[in-house]
Design a protein around this ligand. Structure first.
Ligand SMILES: *Cc1c(COP(=O)(O)O)cnc(C)c1O
Length: 489
């Protein structure tokens, strides 16, 4: 067989001869010289030319201006910042995968199609929801696709329902999604345990309710024990249950949202499934759903033919269409499948147990020093607040900034909104006990200094290259072209 790259060059040199039915392209051709003449240039004043070492130094320097999981613990609650095993990178870089062209004929990319199909099968297995689309590019994008899916089904049934219910502890993308999809958002309060107030919810569900978005475990790290009851209540009124699966790090291999009555959910491959994230890099937010919702999934679908081969199915009459160019963030899908296969069934269960154990180990160490507003047991993350430090005039922001002095990235702060001064810690399963101890010691030291020398915590960080920024000025007048030489001036 011809190497893949050679095939591409060959086909491109005779574009008229590509014999396969191309995916529909609804992008109009635009003549740039006419429509945007000022954007077109035919010569460069200076052709940028740099030596290899200059390029290496440039990117190495840039990489050091930020903090990443490769440098230390990154306990950003809800975001699940875990180690990205390097085997993921090795697999994603395989030439046949990294070099595959989206226009290649299915018979030339059988491996890629099989890979997507296999990943979808695993994700369906993990979630207990039999159908999957890997097209959405992020969690928020998955939410958007999932709520559109419910909308498409309701339209199909000729129902015009207007509202989506969202808990007050939800991630901001939930109400934003519902609103973007044209629904009115109704907020259901949390009860004293930190879970959805089921009695209040019962009063809110009516014949205008299209669905509810729930996060489980919720953003307090607490399992929504009434989720089955909530699903039944919604279904009884003809509404659907969307689950925000960003916290699946607490559930994988242990329990399945499909068994809880969830109709559709998104997964954050760049959180739970260990693919790298942060800095706006590519992620992926596949959605899994029930058979009832499946006909409306984004197209094309990857399907297996009777002879065992795979193809793109474009003929999906009820599909909502495309939500992403081409077929999703393929490189991220490769990494997620690699992670699943590396761990295997047993490994996935152990991964979840370690994520929950690490969090509770940390919680026990920190509990004597930081207030936990909702006392219910937590799974993979715990939300503390600054109540005990406020007595000394020290706030969550001061604690977060001071952590930089100890070499740690701060936890998520001031989220979820139901907790005043929230400090949301998620260690993930990839931190060692030694690292958890070091992190706890840092936070305990800050708690002690908050009592003995609050001024020093308020002024933190004290040892970093750049000291505490004036946040208002930083937000209003961001300096985006900072160079080390300018520091002196
Ligand atoms: C991260 C997150 C999202 C959004 O996911 P993105 O991939 O960042 O778009 C939604 N809900 C919760 C609870 C999250 O933690």
């Amino acid at each position: 067989m011809k190497p893949f790259r050679e095939f591409l060059i060959f086909e491109r040199s005779r574009p008229g001869k590509i014999g396969c039915p191309l995916p529909e392209l609804d992008v109009p051709e635009i003549d740039l010289t006419e429509s945007l003449p000022e954007m077109v240039r035919d010569e460069l004043d200076v052709f940028p030319e740099v030596s290899e070492v200059e390029v290496v130094r440039h990117f190495t320097r840039l990489s050091q201006w930020n903090f990443g999981i490769d440098q230390g613990m990154y306990p950003l609650g809800s975001c699940t910042m875990k180690h990205n095993p390097r085997i993921n990178e090795a697999m994603a870089a395989l030439p046949g995968l990294a070099g595959a062209h989206p226009l290649a004929r299915p018979r030339h990319i059988q491996g890629c199609l099989a890979l997507i199909h296999e990943l979808q099968t695993y994700l369906s297995d993990i979630t207990g929801l039999p159908h999957c689309s890997t097209q959405p590019a992020a969690g928020a994008h998955g939410e958007f696709t999932g709520i559109l899916l419910i909308k498409a089904l309701l339209d199909h049934k000729g129902e015009k329902r207007t509202t989506v219910i969202v808990p007050d502890s939800a991630h901001g993308t939930n109400p934003a999604t519902a609103s973007l999809c044209g629904f009115d958002v109704k907020e259901v309060p949390s009860d004293e345990r930190g879970c959805v107030d089921v009695a209040k919810l019962a009063q809110m569900i009516d014949d205008q309710t299209a669905g509810m978005m729930i996060t489980n475990p919720n953003t307090l790290g607490i399992f929504e024990t009434h989720i089955r009851e909530i699903a039944d209540m919604l279904h009884a009124k003809g509404a659907y249950l969307y689950m925000d699966g960003a916290n699946m790090n607490a559930l994988v291999g242990k329990t399945k949202p499909g068994d809880m009555g969830v109709d559709v959910l998104h997964l954050n491959l760049h959180k739970t499934f260990s693919t790298p994230h942060g800095g706006g890099g590519p992620g992926a937010g596949p959605i899994c759903c029930t058979a009832e919702l499946a006909p409306f999934l984004p197209k094309p679908w990857v399907t297996q033919l009777e002879d065992g081969s795979y193809t793109w199915q474009h003929d999906c009459p009820d599909s909502m269409g495309k939500v992403h160019g081409w077929y999703g963030q393929f490189g991220v899908l490769v990494r997620a499948l690699t992670w699943i296969l590396t761990l295997g069934r047993e490994g996935l269960v152990r991964h979840t147990e370690h994520a929950v154990l690490n969090n509770n180990y940390l919680r026990k160490m920190l509990e004597p020093h930081y207030e936990i507003p909702f006392k219910a047991p937590t799974l993979h993350e715990t939300v503390f607040n600054d109540k005990r430090q406020q007595i000394h005039g020290v706030s969550t922001m001061d604690i977060a900034k001071s952590l930089l002095d100890y070499g740690f990235h701060p936890p998520t702060v001031y989220f979820p909104l139901v907790v005043h001064g929230a400090l949301m810690v998620e260690p993930t399963e990839t931190e060692s006990r030694g690292e958890l101890n070091r992190f706890a010691r840092a936070l305990i030291d800050i708690a002690e200094r908050s009592a003995s020398d609050p001024e020093s915590v308020r002024n933190g960080p004290l040892t970093t290259q750049i000291q505490r920024a004036d946040e208002t000025t930083a937000a209003r007048y961001p300096v985006l072209r900072w160079l080390p030489e300018q520091k002196e001036s």
